[in-house]
Design a protein around this ligand. Structure first.
Ligand code: FES
Length: 258
């Protein structure tokens, strides 16, 4: 798939939590690439910021073709993401995109559960929108420490049913997503993005109920183009770069057979 290097102008920087901001941005003097798959990511250059020489990989959170805008959900994780969160409307960011592969769209007759934890909810919003656009009805399972930590809940509720797990029980079922009762229902396909232990536990449950399962790995990345080899993941076919062969993998490709 063709990759583009595009300057974007920030249209809106919406703080949605003490640790997260939603950047809504529009390409300068052009339109968004015609194909952006749910699950793909971008590499963001953070200029004029000490210690941010490398671009930062960020999942595509949403693509709004009507308004020609791209949404990126930024979690404050270090200097680069902190600098991004300080961007104000009118300021610019340079992106390389779209990168990586995407989730496999379910068949029209298949049920699908999209599971997200923490910033792992980001790709699930765009995936849900694309499924709905094709006449599918995705359901979501979102996990957070507490009700106040649930991200973009109102956006997910516009797409389909949302199931919730919170550690403190302040919303949805108490506990973690892997103990949520909805996970053990019948699903043809389960998709997951979040902390590694969560994805492994969801993968185990998917195997137990016989669901196809894809996960989006969040390995450390630098170049995003298969050149630096810092994102390597062992698979049943040997080591592969997550940035080019992933970030989405069917769990049967991974060495998570426990
Ligand atoms: Fe450089 Fe994957 S991030 S090879």
């Amino acid at each position: 798939m063709k990759k583009h290097i595009i300057d974007f102008e920030i249209v809106e920087n919406r703080p949605i939590h003490s640790l997260y901001s939603l950047l809504v941005m529009r390409p300068v003097n052009t339109t968004l690439p015609s194909v952006i798959l749910p699950g793909q990511f971008v590499e963001v250059a953070v200029e004029n910021s000490p210690g941010t020489f490398l671009r930062r990989p960020i999942s595509v959170n949403n693509v709004d073709r009507e308004n020609n805008t791209l949404w990126l959900l930024i979690r404050r994780a270090g200097k680069g993401t902190a600098a991004m969160m300080e961007k104000r409307p009118g300021e610019k960011l340079n992106l390389v995109m779209p990168l990586g592969n995407g989730f496999t769209m379910p068949e029209s007759t298949q049920s699908a559960l999209l599971v997200g934890g923490g910033v792992g909810v980001a790709p699930m919003l765009y995936f849900g929108h694309e499924m709905k656009r094709r006449g599918l009805t995705p359901e979501f399972l979102l996990g957070a420490r507490s009700k106040a930590d649930l991200l973009q809940l109102d956006e997910f509720e516009k797409i389909g049913p949302v199931h919730i797990s919170t550690d403190d029980g302040s919303a949805g079922e108490p506990g973690i997503v892997t103990t949520n009762s909805v996970l053990s229902s019948h699903w043809d396909r389960i998709y997951c993005c979040g902390p590694l232990p969560m994805m492994k536990a969801v993968a185990r449950e998917a195997r137990r109920i016989g669901a196809e399962c894809e996960v989006s790995l969040e390995n450390m990345m630098a170049c995003g183009l298969g050149a630096c080899l810092c994102c390597v993941e062992p698979t049943v076919k040997g080591n592969v770069c997550v940035c080019t062969e992933g970030p989405v993998f069917n769990i049967n490709q991974l060495t998570w057979q426990d």
